[in-house]
Design a protein around this ligand. Sequence first.
Ligand code: NDP
Length: 339
Amino acid sequence: MSDHYTANPGRYNTMPYRRSGNSGVLLSSLSLGLWHNFGDVDRYDNSRQMVLTAFDNGICSMDLANNYGPPPGSAEETFGRIMQQDLKSHRDELFISTKAGHLMWPGPYGEWGSRKSLLASLDQSLKRMKLEYVDIYYSHRYDPNTPVEETVGALIHAVKSGKALYAGISKYPADVAKKAFAMLRDAGVPCLLHQIRYSMLLREDGDNLFDLHRKEGVGCISFSPLAQGVLTEKYLHGIPKESRAAKESGFLKVNQVLPLVEKVQKLHDIAIKRGQTLAQMAIAWQLTDDRITTVLIGASSPDQILENLKALNNTKFTSEELIKINKILDTPPFWDGMA
Ligand code: NDP
């Protein structure tokens, strides 16, 4: 990609956009997350090309957090640089998020869910990204030691002050999420999205939360759909040198990968029969589920983004395939919401 960027005029031709809960917001079926591979330790040109490849293919939803890097804060700085260099004139086509809640700076205000922490962090994030506002501001994790009213109050303030257009929560247990949704709705700032970890391999309490989201009219953004890369071919024959599991700065550890390889091989066999890569099948499996608004992928190269986008070409599963997949995943099949 040359230094001068011109956006692909066909960028909206193939991406389906989905409505987030009961809101007016449509999001690209895939979102791009900047958790890994956008920090100071990474090559700027690769990070830039990933963001531009995503944008050129209709991915308008970009997910950040104060602590993404490493070092913390540097992914927002990288993104700010790309915004200035390439995407400034496209600001209104982008749906940009950030979050606060995990450790960001030393002392008692640098993490968790106090009003002090959330509002100070938002100001820092806007400076790093050189933005006037973010599209959605999330509480990154539930803080059991702060009244949820205080955390939610900070989100409401962020929206009412114009520094965020919408509010969201991430990784909240269902009972607290329910409370947060009610408080946000009562304040006239309905929760736009709940961010949850969800993949073929790690469903956590997703299945319980989906009912709540539907009842409350809240959208759902599923993160780590490839289980950080485990749901690809890359670990079938060992741990490649450049993979996340091999990197010291990565959050995926070799001992998390190895016990899953047998299961992944079986899923891979099904993907091949469907004419897809395993990554594409793992994403398609989520896209076929209308309880998920947008699937939040990560990548370490533009080519991975292009490969993963091809998941959109085949999102239909036969009931036979679903039965086989569920048998491998060892969980009861769920048909509700499956196309
Ligand atoms: P994924 O599960 O999509 O994993 C992405 C990783 O998988 C890539 O970095 C790459 O790793 C590998 N990969 C992707 N595509 C391919 C492919 N086609 N072939 C081979 N390998 C591939 O998502 P992430 O875990 O990165 O999470 C996505 C986003 O979700 C984050 O960036 C963040 O925005 C959000 N998130 C939110 C959290 C929260 O607390 N709310 C927590 C975690 C994530 P490799 O380096 O090995 O190539």
